[in-house]
Design a protein around this ligand. Structure first.
Ligand SMILES: *Cc1c(COP(=O)(O)O)cnc(C)c1O
Length: 396
């Protein structure tokens, strides 16, 4: 194998590229996680994540991928046989539902077309019909990473309240948190699930639960048999910055750096940057004469854009061409849309030059792979970027 010079572009919607500052933070020596120096690391991470979730309630950090924190959310709050209302936004919502089934829960899926976020009206209607209040939780994916659609979480909470239903609201914001607006307390979320390798710019390996007082009370009374994921076991040592078992010490160094970086930029600026890059990417897609998978206006993601291939053309062949020609990794289509869409990640530590390089790689790849298109995507993206200068520069 000969060396490829220059940086590889990891433009999949997670893991996102890890900034050098975080890589350096992670490279510090692992310390005794029960020693005196660790408390500060643990406390900074736990308190810092509250500022990212925008909550004053509880935050738990697991050495696990996001899937682990999905399981923690379910096993701490629900008992076997409990009914859960879930919404089919795409592949990740489907996987969470499969997990619920495997754990012995009774999930009910509101079917979706994979082209938008969860529909609060459909959720409200279903909850109103549940006169016996048997549904214990409503689960929605905030940023559906398989489709590039965003669910209106605050409206889902309003729908639950309008139905006068006591169900918990659980939200998967594994790929939304720290990239697009998320407000745990203000939106009345009961459990949020997140992960390290998307907007938080870390390698994979940490996952999170933010937990409301209401969900904490439910967990103390019930839930199902659990050990590793138990919130109460965590809460004890967490109070002084420690963990009941070995935490991901070096990833926590990185997490503290990531939280500092997000606040240095300002969360609002981070969200505006992602929204702007999403808008520029969608302009590029229109410039190519292709279609964005998300079809609901106002629900398009700032994290990634899923692009539909013209009939008879393979998304995976295009991705292979772009990787070969430009050393850029694009996201694949998952399950129902396998080979039908490719996904452009524009999340994490990312700027205009990186976006334009990525879009140029796609535009070249479309030509090389013989996909019918117009070579106007990059020009359209530049037009949108120039119309909306980054907030930090505009402020000067
Ligand atoms: C990435 C992702 C997951 C899965 O997380 P893992 O870290 O791969 O376990 C679940 N849901 C969403 C929305 C995601 O983006």
């Amino acid at each position: 194998m000969s060396r490829r010079a220059g940086r590889h572009f990891l433009q999949i919607p997670g893991p996102s590229a890890v900034p050098d500052r975080i890589l350096r933070a992670i490279s510090a020596q692992t310390i005794d996680h029960r020693g005196p120096d660790f408390a500060e690391v643990g406390r900074t991470a736990l308190e810092g994540m509250k500022t990212i979730f925008r909550t004053e309630a509880h935050v738990f950090i697991f050495p696990a991928s996001g899937t682990g924190a999905w399981e923690a959310a379910l096993v701490n709050t629900l008992a076997e046989g409990d009914r859960v209302l879930m919404y089919e936004t795409g592949h990740f919502a489907t996987l969470w539902k499969k997990m619920a089934e495997r754990l012995g829960l009774a999930p009910e899926f509101i079917e979706g077309d994979w082209r938008g976020g969860a529909d609060p009206e459909a959720i409200e209607a279903r909850l109103r019909a549940d006169t016996g209040q048997e549904i214990k939780a409503v689960c929605v994916v905030h940023n559906e990473t398989s489709t590039g659609s965003v669910s209106p979480v605050a409206d889902v909470r309003a729908a639950i309240d309008a139905a006068g239903h006591p169900a918990l609201l659980m939200v998967d914001s594994i790929s939304g948190l720290a990239s697009i607006d998320f407000r745990f307390d203000e939106w009345g979320v009961d459990v949020c699930v997140s992960g390290s390798q998307k907007g938080l710019m870390l390698p994979p390996g940490l996952s999170f639960n933010a937990v409301s007082d209401k969900a904490m009370a439910v967990a103390k009374e019930g839930g199902m048999r659990r050990s590793y994921w138990d919130w109460t076991d965590m809460a004890g040592p967490n109070a002084t910055g420690y963990f009941p078992y070995t935490p991901g010490t070096n990833l926590l160094y990185g997490l503290n750096e990531a939280i500092a970086m997000l606040h240095e930029e300002g969360l609002e600026n981070v969200f505006a940057r992602h929204a702007r890059h999403g808008a520029a990417t969608r302009a590029a897609v229109r410039g190519w004469g292709l279609e964005v998978l998300c079809a609901r206006q106002g629900q398009e993601s700032g994290v990634l854009t899923a692009v539909m291939m013209p009939e008879g053309h393979s998304a995976d062949a295009l991705r292979a061409t772009v990787l070969e020609q430009s050393d850029i990794s694009l996201g694949n289509g998952l399950s129902k849309v396998a080979d039908r869409v490719f996904r452009i990640g524009h999340l994490g530590d990312f700027n205009d030059a990186m976006l334009l390089a990525t879009l140029t790689g796609v535009e070249r790849g479309l030509a090389r792979a013989g996909v019918p298109h117009e070579a106007r995507g990059v020009a359209e993206a530049i037009r949108v970027l120039d119309e909306t200068d980054p907030p930090a520069l505009a402020a000067e």
